[in-house]
Write a protein that binds this ligand. Structure first.
Ligand SMILES: [Ca+2]
Length: 280
């Protein structure tokens, strides 16, 4: 896969010589990186296919994932859009982009989706970021949703909508059992939703929260996931715990730590967990 995509990007870069009269256009070129996932696909409905490059960008050893779209102008590929879609990673240099899928993944609206799975760390697992073409024939993408678990992969059965498998280990699960969640596309909700093995009920799925909660000694709670509660509520409880990590109960939540660097809080119907930055 990597060899193929590396050859593909080299081929792409080889045809980016600047055409006269296209001074405003940026070349179809990204910072040097070892991970690309390139797809040639018709986004705008016109003749030539566009190039979609989902790539890992290792900025100061904190990998980030970006998405670039290039179009053909006067026979040369030029950049049409670029978007940071994940990161910077709290994990190490080997974290970041693991795989990507580009196409009409939901097989519903004709718009193209792009999904990128990103590895964070052994305790924080992976995050799948799904984006969708901003509009039909658009050359830009908008964020749709993020799914977190120990491993998150997308499967594209022939002729059917893609589905997501999100595996959660027992020691990362609020009910202490492993789950292999199946997320299928819901046209009614316009996104992928968990439909199988979702901690017992379909509407009861773990959701990823963005942002970090600062704590002592510069550490911070990252990669927060919540079950049956809002991100804001979880962050409030986490902040209180980060201020006093000796507490075993905060705002009605029992705080446990199934793994050394992962903290779990639960109160029966609601739960959250988070990884602590820089600990693995
Ligand atoms: Ca679509």
């Amino acid at each position: 896969m990597l060899r193929t995509t590396t050859m593909a990007i080299l081929t792409a870069l080889a045809v980016t010589a600047f055409p006269a009269g296209a001074r405003a256009a940026l070349p179809c070129q990204v910072p040097e990186t070892d991970r690309h996932h390139i797809t040639m696909i018709n986004l705008d409905g016109a003749g030539a296919k566009e190039l979609v490059d989902v790539f890992n960008f290792d900025a100061a050893a904190t990998p980030a994932t970006e998405l670039m779209v290039c179009k053909t102008v006067d026979g040369a590929l030029v950049r049409a859009s670029i978007k940071a879609i994940w990161g910077p990673s709290p994990g190490n240099r080997q974290s970041g982009l693991r795989d990507a899928w580009v196409g009409d993944l939901d097989r519903t609206d004709g718009r193209v989706e792009a999904a990128a799975s990103n590895y964070v760390s052994p305790s924080a697992g992976e995050e799948l970021v799904i984006l969708r073409q901003s509009a039909r024939h658009s050359l830009t993408f908008s964020r749709l949703q993020t799914i977190s678990a120990d491993t998150v992969t997308m499967t594209r059965p022939a002729g059917k909508a893609a589905y997501v498998t999100a595996f959660v280990k027992a020691n990362h699960s609020p009910d202490q059992k492993s789950h292999s969640e199946r997320w299928t596309y819901s046209a009614a909700r316009g996104r992928w939703v968990c439909t199988t093995d979702c901690f017992g009920r379909p509407g009861y799925t773990m959701v990823a929260c963005t942002g970090r909660v600062p704590g002592q000694l510069g550490t911070a709670a990252v990669d927060i996931r919540v079950l049956g509660m809002t991100c804001a509520r979880a962050k409030t409880v986490i902040a209180k715990w980060m201020a006093r990590p000796s507490l075993s109960r905060v705002d009605g939540f029992t705080i446990t730590s199934p793994q050394r660097y992962r903290v779990l809080g639960r109160n029966g119907t609601q739960a959250f967990w988070f990884a602590i930055f820089g600990t693995d």
